[in-house]
Design a protein around this ligand. Structure first.
Ligand SMILES: *[C@@H]1O[C@H](CO)[C@@H](O)[C@H](O)[C@H]1NC(C)=O
Ligand SMILES: *[C@@H]1O[C@H](CO)[C@@H](O)[C@H](O)[C@H]1NC(C)=O
Ligand SMILES: *[C@@H]1O[C@H](CO)[C@@H](O)[C@H](O)[C@H]1NC(C)=O
Ligand SMILES: *[C@@H]1O[C@H](CO)[C@@H](O)[C@H](O)[C@H]1NC(C)=O
Ligand SMILES: *[C@@H]1O[C@H](CO)[C@@H](O)[C@H](O)[C@H]1NC(C)=O
Ligand SMILES: *[C@@H]1O[C@H](CO)[C@@H](O)[C@H](O)[C@H]1NC(C)=O
Ligand SMILES: *[C@@H]1O[C@H](CO)[C@@H](O)[C@H](O)[C@H]1NC(C)=O
Length: 540
């Protein structure tokens, strides 16, 4: 109770969008003498459904192995739970209210400010910077070039098989090909006989070899497409998840106290042929339970497929002798709701949508230096793997709340570059600064570190409609600002003006308060609860 009081106060009165950490510096300073390489792996729409995050169903042995040698952050959150805004935010280390990019329709350099990016910073510090797959969100949000040449030394690589992702390549029960949501495929039978993430792994391995030969430090970003929809993956991964072992979300119903404005009506999955055929009513559904199980099964299978790609990549990094001087970062742009609160997809402020895996492997810091003749990241075949063989949390594990805006300063510090300065209050004219902090000191920090993460999500109206999931900037009328501490999530949905980007905290459409100790899934909204209501009113 006391903690809530303090945080609400600091949220509204003291420092709306700046974060206060009480950091107890109990970790030795990481050696910054030698420039380290960076392998930055970003998955698409991957929530924390990984064995190393305590998931009992998902098989992710290669990411678990990475986690066992990394600093793992169990409470890491994206700033906005949708691809382009989140990626632009963490790659520039600025919050969506600074990038002013809440949709997919603009390029921050012309729309907001000419902000430097994480790869650009490495490029300007003598690194070869390379992009494979989906790192920046493609299209206008990165000027149709993935921000090349500012961010990258060579033109970004995109897998040629990507163009078939939304084509009719999924074999339906009628024997015909469809553009389905659930899409296990025989890889030899799809166009080009391969899948985008397989191609990205091949390209990334080739670039690692080339960069090693060149001898200069490198920053290689590899953006995998899975488990983003369609859930299109090699069909053998289904064998890891017999349908009888797949369960529904723990809370598949829409909670009574969920404000209509907070609900995302999952319009994107409704467009897929297999979902369309179910005639699900808009906006609340529900999806039939047997189909819910199929979606969950295929999401998990797509995660295991992703895990195998990460495993191949790390296996090769290791074989090339690069595990001794390369920092490996693994994360995702945001999470995905798999039926929790009756919701699917991202597009919300709940933990399932904003929460991401986040881990940093730093040789000689999070794991001992690789020993001669010993492998650091041998590929683990998920079909041979005995679950639980790699104990979760053998590396450093931190439950401190951190944010994706922290990535930029953290990776800079780990590689041995200067940490960019903190952004001042108004920073539109400043090219290089961070709205996050370096979390290197939190790798091993004591549990008395207090921290909060901010996320936000826009809506066009206070009830779900066709464009509620992803409104265009001009249609935004409401912004849901959300804070997540170690013990609660608090969200207010307030009036927002898209012409001057201004939120009016005096006009509140709805609020949400969830206490995580008794309600970790965030189903029991206490916003109107008498014991909190007066307290909250004081700050509005
Ligand atoms: C983390 O803390 C443990 C236990 O206090 C200590 O043994 C270890 O050396 C610390 N690691 C780092 C990187 O500071
Ligand atoms: C924006 O930043 C880039 C890279 O730092 C620089 O080359 C360019 O000149 C800048 N553009 C403007 C208009 O300031
Ligand atoms: C965006 O791309 C166009 C076309 O390639 C180019 O002319 C323009 O200068 C780019 N914008 C910026 C800010 O670099
Ligand atoms: C909270 O109270 C407001 C105003 O009385 C009401 O409109 C809203 O439906 C209530 N919300 C919940 C979750 O009970
Ligand atoms: C969905 O609606 C179509 C057309 O109204 C109908 O032909 C089809 O049988 C319905 N499917 C289901 C699963 O109810
Ligand atoms: C590895 O870490 C140890 C302390 O844990 C330090 O004494 C040593 O200098 C480090 N080696 C290198 C090459 O940084
Ligand atoms: C933004 O526009 C609204 C509506 O015109 C106005 O009420 C508000 O004062 C403006 N805010 C700022 C900061 O200019």
């Amino acid at each position: 109770f006391c903690l809530i009081f303090i945080f609400l106060c600091s949220f509204y009165v003291e420092s709306k969008w700046t974060r206060k950490h009480k950091i107890y510096r109990d970790v030795q300073k990481i050696s910054t003498k030698e420039k380290k390489n960076v392998l930055f792996i970003v998955a698409d729409d991957l929530r924390t459904s990984l064995h190393c995050y305590g998931d009992q169903i998902v098989k992710s042995p290669n990411i678990d192995q990475l986690a066992s040698k990394s600093a793992v952050f169990q409470n890491a959150f994206a700033q906005q739970a949708v691809c382009a805004p989140s990626r632009t935010s963490f790659l520039t280390s600025r919050r969506p209210d600074t990038t002013k990019l809440y949709d997919f329709g603009s390029y921050w350099r012309v729309h907001a400010g000419n902000y430097s990016t994480l790869p650009q910073y490495f490029k300007e510090n003598g690194y070869i910077t390379m992009s494979v797959g989906k790192v920046f969100h493609p299209g206008i949000s990165s000027n149709h070039t993935d921000d090349y040449p500012y961010s990258w030394s060579i033109p970004p690589y995109h897998p040629s098989a990507e163009k078939y992702e939304n084509a009719k390549t999924c074999r339906g029960s009628d024997g015909k090909l469809h553009a389905n949501l659930v899409c296990p495929v025989a890889v030899s039978q799809v166009p080009e006989g391969t899948l985008p993430d397989i191609q990205s792994t091949e390209e990334a391995i080739w670039l690692l070899k080339a960069a090693k030969e060149k001898g200069s430090p490198f920053f290689l970003a590899v953006g995998y497409h899975k488990p983003h929809i369609p859930l299109r993956y090699p069909q053998e991964f289904l064998k890891l998840y017999p349908l009888e072992e797949v369960t529904l979300a723990p809370d598949p119903e829409i909670p009574e106290g969920l404000p209509a404005v907070a609900y995302n009506p999952w319009t994107d999955i409704r467009k897929r042929e297999d979902v369309k055929a179910l005639n699900i009513s808009f906006p609340y559904g529900p999806i039939p339970k047997d189909f819910q199980l199929l979606i969950r099964q295929s999401y998990f299978a797509a995660v295991s497929y992703l895990d195998s790609q990460v495993g191949q990549l790390l296996d090769n990094l290791d074989k090339l002798g690069l595990a001794k001087n390369t920092v490996v970062v693994f994360t995702s742009d945001h999470g995905w709701s798999l039926g929790e609160h009756g919701e699917w997809a991202k597009y919300s402020n709940f933990d399932v949508a904003t929460g991401v895996p986040l881990m940093f492997y730093v040789p000689n810091i999070t794991a001992p230096f690789p020993q001669p003749g010993k492998r650091t990241f041998p590929f683990i075949d998920p079909f041979d793997h005995v679950p639980g063989k790699i104990p979760p949390g053998k590396g450093l594990v931190s439950s401190i709340v951190v944010e994706l805006v922290d990535l930029f300063p953290t990776i800079a510090e780990l590689a041995g570059l200067n940490v960019p300065p903190p952004c001042p209050k108004t920073s539109f004219d400043i090219q290089l600064c961070t709205e996050g902090i370096s979390i290197v000191d939190l790798f091993n920090a004591s549990s008395d570190v207090e921290a909060i993460a901010y996320s936000q999500y826009p809506r066009p109206a206070d009830h779900p409609q066709w464009n509620s999931d992803l409104p265009h900037l001009r249609d935004i009328r409401i912004m849901g600002y959300s804070i997540r501490s170690c013990d609660y999530r608090y969200t207010v949905w307030v009036e927002f003006n898209p012409l001057n980007y201004t939120a009016n905290f005096l006009n509140v459409y709805a609020g949400e308060l969830y206490l995580l100790e008794t309600d970790p899934n965030q189903d029991n909204n206490l916003y109107n609860h008498t014991e909190f209501v007066n307290l909250i009113k004081e700050f509005l």
